[in-house]
Design a protein around this ligand. Structure first.
Ligand SMILES: Cc1ncc(C[n+]2csc(CCOP(=O)(O)OP(=O)(O)O)c2C)c(N)n1
Ligand SMILES: [Mg+2]
Length: 449
């Protein structure tokens, strides 16, 4: 198109726009704009001249009202979104609370798992401090989110974790020995020693491999949910992430896609206040994460993440809605990361030690749930010390075993990525083997060639 034609066309468009300007926003029938190029439903305004409150525009998404005042939406709501809880800090049910009942056996099983998770984290953390494994990440303070959410799901639901959700895998039956094998990168590790410790994954348990690239699991979960829906499976996808994960673009893309495609996925955000050393106040100014769900058209709830019964009830309801109504649900679980971010971090460098202590002592989700089961007569001091002693012994045993098992063979480094490995990979493998042969003294003895 020549410059002259372009100018002519733009002038025509401008003239058209000017002459129809009022019509675009007018509700009068006398001056109906010529909207032949638009979908007729789009700008179908009502005709009543007054009062303005009766005037609506049928815009994509539904009818909306016209108002005469120039009103900006406030950047914050007058009232923050409230937080659903069942048990108070003392493990006492709140008056009038609405929750899913659990049997004695089930509640005790949940508690056993929370204590197992806590003990495993303590022992593996110590193993890293002793130099026996290279890395570890604890769930301290977030045991209820891990175990109670897992307890509310079905085994067919597919889990897309971040990296602080080992309790979900524990609940699904991954054994303490399997956890230790992964952390010690021995030949029984599902990942064949090719991932950092605490990067678990298990096909058998419908638990996708942990990838520490924050939030990449979110769009994966949405895609998987959409495929579950297309296959008419009685299951949903469930993805976990932190407040930091919600600051990534993947979170926003995932939420929007899930809303539009009506994918049965549950987004569980562990808002624990910190993304390593970055507090939430430096990440967003919205009322947390829950309001973002609503902004994307996703049904959402804010839950006390340190209350196992509230998490259990909310996740069970979310699952029911996700699967039967084929829709995404967002859960923002409020909690606190009591431990350091990982063994590569010292959180006292960026937050006060007394803040950590307060959450550890006053808001511990495990102690809170214990108070509730004790109050019901389902638990006592003797059961507690037996459980803790037995778990400690088992875990010490598992790490001894895991440590003594040999590492995966060197060839495993080169397998599983390509169907037909390319020539440069063959070349690298050959060179590595030659180097090991030449310098056997610097090569670990527990790795077979
Ligand atoms: C894409 C990406 N960016 C940055 C990092 C470095 N990193 C690892 S964990 C983390 C913080 C994540 O915080 P959050 O999602 O709140 O999880 P939390 O550790 O609090 O459980 C960051 C920034 C990463 N692993 N991946
Ligand atoms: Mg966080």
């Amino acid at each position: 198109m020549s410059m002259n034609t372009m100018i002519r066309k733009s002038t025509t468009i401008l003239t058209y726009f000017k002459s129809n300007y009022n019509n675009f926003f007018s509700t009068s029938t006398r001056r109906k704009p010529n909207l032949t190029n638009h979908h007729p439903r789009r700008f179908n305004s009502t005709t009543s001249p007054n009062p303005i409150h009766d005037q609506v525009i049928d815009f994509p998404g539904g009818n909306l009202k016209f108002i005469p005042q120039m009103t900006f939406l406030s950047e914050s709501q007058q009232h923050r979104v409230p937080c659903y809880r069942v048990l108070d800090d003392n493990g006492e049910p709140i008056f009038g609370t609405d929750f899913v009942q659990v049997s004695e056996d089930f509640a005790v099983k949940m508690y056993n798992n929370m204590v197992a998770l806590q003990t495993m984290d303590t022992i593996f953390y110590e193993a890293q401090r002793q130099g026996r494994i290279s890395f570890y990440v604890t769930t301290n303070g977030e045991e209820a989110i891990n175990i109670a959410s897992a307890a509310a799901l079905s085994m067919n639901d597919v889990i897309f974790p971040q990296y602080r959700e080992q309790g979900v895998l524990l609940w699904r039956g991954f054994t303490l020995q399997e956890f230790a094998n992964q952390c010690f990168s021995n030949k029984f590790d599902n990942g064949k020693g090719r991932q950092m410790p605490a990067h678990y994954g298990s096909n058998k348990h419908n638990y996708m491999n942990v990838a520490s690239t924050v939030a990449t699991q979110i769009p994966h979960a949405v895609g998987a949910a959409y495929s579950l829906k297309m296959d008419k499976k009685d299951a949903c996808a469930v993805t976990y992430f932190g407040d930091g994960g919600s600051s990534e673009g993947d979170f926003h893309a995932g939420l929007n896609f899930a809303a539009v495609m009506e994918a049965p996925v549950i987004f569980i955000c562990r808002n624990n206040g910190w993304a390593i050393s970055t507090p939430t106040s430096d990440q967003f100014r919205s009322d947390g994460i829950v309001v973002k769900g609503q902004a994307y058209g996703v049904r959402s709830i804010r839950v006390d993440g340190n209350d196992a019964l509230a998490i259990y009830s909310a996740v069970q309801a979310a699952r029911q809605m996700a699967v039967s109504e084929e829709r995404p649900i967002l859960i923002e679980a409020l909690t606190y990361r009591v431990g350091h971010h990982s063994t590569s971090d010292d959180s006292t460098k960026y937050r006060p030690a007394n803040e950590i202590e307060w959450w550890r002592l006053s808001r511990d989700p495990v102690a809170r749930f214990r108070k509730w089961i004790e109050r019901n007569g389902w638990w006592n001091d003797m059961a507690e010390s037996e459980l803790r002693n037995s778990l400690r012994q088992q875990l010490l045993q598992t790490i001894q075993v895991a440590e003594s098992v040999e590492k995966p063979p060197l060839a495993d480094m080169f397998s599983d990525v390509y169907d037909v490995p390319p020539s440069n990979l063959h070349e690298q493998e050959k060179r590595l083997k030659e180097t090991v042969k030449k310098h056997p003294h610097v090569y670990p003895t527990n790795i077979s060639i």
